[in-house]
Design a protein. Structure first.
Length: 404
């Protein structure tokens, strides 16, 4: 258990992280369900998720929950009034006749709630409007009375939404609410991969789950790149279709995919201490250690991903480890002979050359793990994995020096 961290704070941070991750995955699920190839989505622009299709804008406010019994959506819900405030703020930026507003909730709407009218876009909204006006005015009145009495103002979380709603002209209130729909009992983040797999009709059934996971990995990277301004925020359906085609081709060919080429290790990642001890024996520089840690993390994650997707990859990985070890042994044994009459500093320099060979030359000089594989990080990082287990080393006498 983590010490000195409030458990409620950890829970809230987890929920927030999953909430954002849910936005990304829900955007993909929304886009793949469209039939128009011109459809496009954006995350965290006008709303949590924004879908453009057939000249229409669909704005989605997502209310995810990790609770086993998620809260219902009612007229007193903070989530509902916060959503209303977000949409009112967005009104100057959209064409109301061409926009629909979707509140997507894992929780349900009680059958007797006035909000039940929002579960069907064609339902009459007049009774709902009256109920919303009464609730907003009740909140405003209670806050005004508390202010006069000098007591704490109630309904702080809902106040801005209620106030913004009351400031709208009655005709705008009706126009807005006619464009609102609630999608209740939404899928949760844990269910999205299975739901996504159902849309991959062109892929054999037994490969759909693997393809869905591959598609999600690509998608999450595109969303992050968009948020970092490394690509346009809007992702076109045609881009997704092209990626699906690429995944299908890879699966048909049995090709291995470099899933971690664009990722780096978390800031708090701490590799096994043996990695740095091996490099310190040959007086490696900080840059040598940094490259080794990055490559080792990528290779470790890649090996794990391959095995999880296909347990038969264990034998392929083990065979390739043996090949890398053999290539290393040919160089290391020759280096040991050359170091027989050298001074300690010269021996260390020879070892540093061998380490840098594993970084710079080995990826091109050792045959790849599979046909078409070209990502250098796997060879670089696997050598570090092997070094941690003392199957390879950089110093001529690494086994003797590290025998403890």
């Amino acid at each position: 258990m983590t010490e000195n961290i409030d458990s409620n704070a950890v829970h809230e941070a987890t929920a927030a992280a999953l909430g954002f991750y849910f936005q990304s995955q829900f955007a993909l699920l929304t886009l793949i369900s469209q039939t128009n190839s011109e459809a496009a989505v954006a995350v965290e622009r006008l709303d949590d998720v924004e879908l453009k299709v057939d000249g229409q804008s669909l704005l989605y406010q997502l209310k995810h929950s990790i609770q086993s019994n998620p809260p219902a959506v009612t007229l007193a819900s903070v989530a509902f009034w916060k959503t209303i405030k977000v949409w009112i703020d967005a009104l100057p930026l959209v064409s109301l006749p061409d926009t629909t507003f979707h509140l997507v909730s894992v929780g349900k709407v009680p059958a007797d709630s006035p909000l039940a009218a929002l579960c069907n876009l064609t339902s009459d909204r007049n009774a709902l409007l009256l109920a919303m006006e009464e609730e907003a005015e009740r909140v405003a009145t209670q806050r005004a009375n508390a202010e006069k009495a000098g007591t704490k103002l109630p309904h702080a979380a809902r106040a801005s939404g209620c106030d913004a709603f009351l400031k709208l002209a009655p005709s705008v209130r009706l126009s807005l609410m006619r464009r609102v729909i609630i999608q209740q009992r939404s899928v949760t983040i844990g269910q999205i991969p299975d739901e996504l797999a159902k849309w991959l009709h062109l892929i054999p059934r037994h490969l759909r789950q693997q393809a869905a996971e591959r598609l999600l990995q690509w998608w999450d990277q595109q969303v992050v790149f968009g948020l970092c301004d490394r690509r346009q925020r809007v992702i076109q359906r045609s881009e997704m279709e092209q990626q699906i085609s690429s995944i299908i081709a890879d699966l048909e060919e049995g090709a291995l995919v470099a899933e971690f080429a664009s990722f780096t290790h978390p800031e708090n990642y701490e590799p096994d201490g043996m990695l740095t001890r091996q490099i310190e024996l040959v007086h490696g520089k900080p840059s040598d250690i940094a490259k080794a840690i990055r490559a080792q993390w990528r290779a470790k994650e890649q090996r794990s991903s391959w095995i999880n997707s296909n347990p038969k990859m264990r034998s392929t990985i083990a065979g390739y480890d043996s090949l890398l070890t053999e290539r290393w042994f040919d160089r290391h044994s020759q280096m040991v002979e050359d170091c027989a009459d050298l001074e300690p500093a010269q021996v260390e320099a020879k070892g540093l050359e061998l380490l840098r060979w594993s970084h710079e030359l080995a990826p091109n000089q050792v045959e790849p793990i599979a046909h078409g594989w070209s990502a250098h990080y796997y060879v670089q990082g696997t050598y570090q994995v092997l070094a941690i287990d003392l199957h390879v080393g950089w110093h001529a006498d690494y086994l003797k020096l590290l025998k403890d």
